[in-house]
Design a protein around this ligand. Structure first.
Ligand code: NAP
Length: 325
């Protein structure tokens, strides 16, 4: 098969579309003929040499894909050769074939194209597990999603609106904020021009956010605590602004607040399967009924993954960048 390999970590041209050995599905796995994959922040870090795949994972980048099942490993039930699926991966999506644990498969939702479906598993699983399973966002609460126009952000806005929450977002341009508004965001904050703590306080009569989904990390930790409501929950899923910061326990204590941080990729198989099953039960019906939709910035040929990474790194996109085989 062919895959995007990284012979030597570096700039986007480090990505090389090469012939590699076919994967063999192990016990409990299926082999998927890939239709498309999608670019995630983690792929960029992996390409730069800062994020090695977890033990046992494919060495190629790609945390999600869509395609057709072409072979079943032993012990797989409930799936058949020819099924159109999308899948959460711990790597290997940037390839023409990938072996996937059956617990990480999802059917392509009705009404969504096969290529488009490639951009769903990672963002839906990340948003669902963090905003709803960890932070328990409830109807009429307020979610603050940093990076509202990102793949993660566009899904967070839609899922939070679907449960009846108020959604505030930060983004770095008027165009990106307009896209967030179209998806249902109620409070739009340009982080380059506004102080998000003050802007959120203005918009919530001083209450702040019940849940914050943060992709910035250290640089925002203290301000995120300021932006939290009493009983608020901060979930950190990205460290674009660094990993180490001082945590003011006094602020946490006064607000009876909680801070959590999670990573999806390194979770054990059973935890990933449980998240995927919950996504299928709770989120797939919202997608199939058209309440929630994949937001695709553009589709590029997989062999042009370097171009896709350049776009991602310049933050020139809104939603997901897909790589089609
Ligand atoms: N922990 C996990 O399991 C997990 C899983 C998936 C993704 N993630 C993380 O989630 C983040 C988003 O992923 P993605 O694939 O959706 O990437 P993406 O589309 O490239 O999104 C990056 C986003 O970060 C925003 N951002 C950067 N600096 C910011 C700042 N100072 N304030 C507010 N927003 C800022 C960007 O906003 P502008 O474009 O407006 O500047 C952009 O929307 C990444 O950090 C990724 O590593 C974590």
């Amino acid at each position: 098969m062919r895959a995007i390999t990284i012979p030597k970590p570096g700039d986007p041209d480090a990505l090389v579309w090469a012939e590699v050995p076919d994967p063999v599905p192990g016990e409990g796995e299926v082999l998927v003929e890939v239709a498309a994959s999608a670019v995630n922040g983690a792929d960029v870090l992996q390409r730069r040499g800062f994020y090695d795949p977890p033990p046992g994972a494919s060495p190629y980048p790609g945390l999600e894909c869509s395609g057709r099942i072409v072979e079943l490993g032993s012990g797989v039930a409930g799936w058949a050769v020819g099924d159109e699926v999308c899948a959460l991966l711990s790597g290997g999506g940037y390839a023409t074939r990938v072996a996937v644990p059956a617990g990480q498969l999802l059917p392509v939702p009705k009404g969504v194209g096969l290529v488009e479906a490639a951009g769903l598993p990672e963002v839906v699983s990340t948003v669902w597990s963090n905003v709803f399973q960890v932070a328990h966002l409830r109807p009429r609460e307020t979610l603050l999603a940093h990076g509202g126009s990102s793949g993660i952000g566009t899904m967070a806005i839609q899922l939070a609106k679907a449960v009846g929450a108020t959604v505030a977002v930060t983004a770095g341009s008027a165009e990106k904020l307009a896209a967030c508004r179209e998806l249902g965001a109620d409070v739009l904050i340009d982080y380059r021009e506004q102080d998000f703590v003050a802007a959120l306080a203005d918009a919530t009569e001083g209450r702040g956010a019940d849940v914050i989904l943060d992709v910035v990390g250290a640089k925002y930790l203290d301000r995120n605590l300021d932006a939290l409501a009493v009983n608020g929950r901060l979930v950190v899923i990205g460290m674009q602004g660094g990993a180490k910061a001082e945590l003011n326990l006094g602020k946490l204590l006064a607000k009876r607040a909680a801070v959590a941080a999670t990573s999806l990729r390194a979770r054990p198989l059973d935890e990933k399967a449980a998240i995927v099953a919950s996504v299928r039960e709770h989120v797939w019906p919202l997608i199939e009924s058209g309440v929630v939709r994949p937001v695709v910035d553009r589709v590029l040929p997989m062999a042009e993954a370097a171009e896709a990474h350049r776009l991602m790194e310049s933050s020139g996109h809104i939603g997901k960048i897909l790589l089609a085989v």
